[in-house]
Design a protein around this ligand. Sequence first.
Ligand code: PEP
Ligand code: MG
Length: 950
Amino acid sequence: MLTLQSDAVSLNRHAEGWRDALEQAGRALVDGGLAEQGYGEALFEREQQSSTWLGNGIAIPHGTPASRDYVKTTGLRLLQFPQGVEWHDGNRVHLLVTIAAQSDEHLDILRRLTHVIDREGVAEKLAAADDPEEVIALLSKAPVEARFDGDTIISKVPARSTLELAAVAASRLNQLGCVDTTFLADVLASEPVALGQQLWLTRSATGVATPALALALPESPVEGVAGLFCLAESGDGHRALLDRLIGVLEEGRGEELSRLSREALLSRLSGESASAETAKVRVRNAHGLHARPAKQLVQVARNQPLAVRVRLADGGAEPVSAASLTKVIGLGARRGQMLIFSAEGDGAREAVDAMAEALRGGLGEEVAPLGETSDARPSRNRTTPREPVPAPQADTPLAAVPASPGMAIAPVFVMRPPEFHYEETAADPARQKSRLGEAIGEANTQLAGMIAGSGGEVAEILSMHEEMLSDPELEQAAGEAIDEGASAEAGWWRAIDVAARAQEALADRLLAERAADLRDVGRRVLGNLCGVQMPDPPDHPYILVTDDVGPSDVARLDTQRVRGILTARGGATSHSAILARSLGIPAVVGAGESIMALENGVELILDGERGRAIPAPNSERRARTELSIREREKLEREAFEVRFEQAVTEDGHRVEVAANLGNTAHAEDAVERGAEGVGLLRTEFIFMAHPEAPDLDTQIAEYRRAFDALGDRPLVARTLDVGGDKPLDYWPVPPEDNPFLGLRGIRLALTRPEVLETQIRALLMAAESRPLRIMFPMVKDVEEFHAAKAIFDRVQAEVAAPDVQLGVMIEVPSCALLAPSLAEHVDFFSIGTNDLTQYTLAIDRGHSRLSAQADGLHPAVLALIRMTVAAAHARGRWVGVCGELGSDPQAIPVLTGLGVDELSVSSRQVPLVKQRIRRLSLDRSRALAERVLTLSTAAEVRALLEEELT
Ligand code: PEP
Ligand code: MG
């Protein structure tokens, strides 16, 4: 997606007429280094073909496809004409959004613009804006629609309760990247509610990246349960979808939903009536449904005697009027996506057929069949073998990213992509085509056999592979390559690769991931052609070692046998990681290429807690690991029994253990798990759950809920921490090159002091006389703290709350280095080790390749923690740790030894963390902390701790 910088906006322009305005626009692109001179001409050419006026005072001049060679870099220039310019079609233009585009990236812009001009008053605001940032902020508001599509419907779930269905539905949303694991935890902790008509609903606003609705349908009848909806809510994105679901229930047609095909279900919940005539057509225009073809399509719709509606088959949104240009462009339909036209009444069939016909005909553009994109680059044959990399050494820990907790010992099964050797060319096309036909037939038989032997989601994915295989376009494309002299193998792989690349180019992440399925199917056929067997996993328990696990691979995993997953690539947020967590399988990801050279059957220790894999462990290490697996199970049981007791070391030193929360509704659960308070309330999640900043009363109610659940236990609330990786829809931040180093945390909050003031007021009012601790995030020095404290002081003078402390989070190294100067003014510190590690080691905490090295046990981070504690204790202040490090079993003794007074961890971890502390001695922990501080790398620290703690 293109992002805008303020230098792309030029305000307060004046033009003699539309030609002058267009010339200015062309010059702005050239001066901005986006295009060469000739592009200005192309803007006129394009305008002559048809007007680029979009509506509500906006025109979007852009060049013709032939002029793309003049484009140096894809980008935009926005020119504002406050007095307006009369356009050649008689309309008045106030804003020119001039586009230089090398590919179809401008579709995103168009899509965004159509949503902008659909919103009341925004076009006027654009015309009147006197600050470039304001224009950018207005244009940056991406539309949010709740996702509900073929991929969020999960049928044949082998579940026996609503909770199991909820787990599956929430995991699916997690796999699709709509929610994070806190959503999963939240859903699992709440009871689904009955909607009536055997339908159930579970919902949460925690950890929602994209609003979405999943539906899980049981494989065999479950009493009183025909299906369960799982709603990830955020802002208003889900409202329309929920209303439509309620509409279906009000019609008394809820129960029948579970019996409908996936397509009919989508249609019903999109608001399409059951009696509507529909037609499905795939968009084949090279650059999707951009302005020109969209105009033609709209024209066809307007010529129909009745209303025609259109929607994306995979979009999940309501159908829109096919006669509205902004709505049609707003679909953002790209090449390869399927559109569904619908109409009702006399002549509906003819109308939708006319629409389908027009789209098939290209709407005035030449259209190539899918799989023949003109810009497809020569393919790298993915079947070529990799450069050999030596296998990791026996009995040597390999550090990677801990992705799913738990430990396992088992022989490995390395899922290597098979190697295929074949001739590229052949002189006998007829024979090659018949070989290909046979290989496809054989693949079909194999898939049918596998489907018969499987069930649930696995069968579904394999059936999808069958469907892919029966796509005539694939065989046809391969046939054409064979006619040009390719062998059956080369022709087939070319067809697969081109189709997979087209799929990868789709904007929808999940559709793009289907490319992996296509290659999977392609390899099956290739295997048949070359006589190469696909690898079969062993029938005993094993640890799966693979390059990366795609969704279909995981669906095929036999969870009875797979004891763990180790991947060469991917980060903690990769599919493999997310899927493993949802399946409860220990996983370590991003371990590097060398693991692919492991011999099948080699025994491996997988440590999902510490993010390590140890091949061929010696017998002592093996015995130690077995012991720790048993120990962990025992510890978990014991810990839960004594969860309400304090965490006191053997030699009488107490460490408080509190819970991290993102949702005040979970405070009760935290107390139930033994938390001695809330050590970090991530208040931004409360803000994210609302379509606009929650007002004073809403916030008071939210915070009061936590105080009520906590009784006299303290609540540490972090003030709004947005920006960086946590954008807030209604508080747009201009695009930044380094958002983590930009306007985030307290820096952003201080730009709107009134928001911070309301939040502090709400916290103080909700607390009354109960213990409240307020802390500011991302503070870099005492100056920033004072700026925030000034707001606090103002409010505190008005609202009396007797038990309040004010602190800062130690997340930026400067703050730890200057802790003595801060300790003088604060009541406490809470160390956010996630950010402190990222900023100390200069490693993005979410980086897919580097995040394994972002280890909070790095001696540099530990040294900063020591400085913080020393400065705080010298002034009688307390120090907590609220980052992930607080629940790392190896870190607990070190943090205790460093003198940290409180650990705040996820609620589920509270009992275990308490129990681990009870087994420590303060003296030994201190000595251990001193020793690790003399080391030079995180690996050395972990190695020493491994030795000392096992
Ligand atoms: C941290 O940075 O360690 C922290 C607790 O804050 P967050 O993870 O919310 O950024
Ligand atoms: Mg942080």
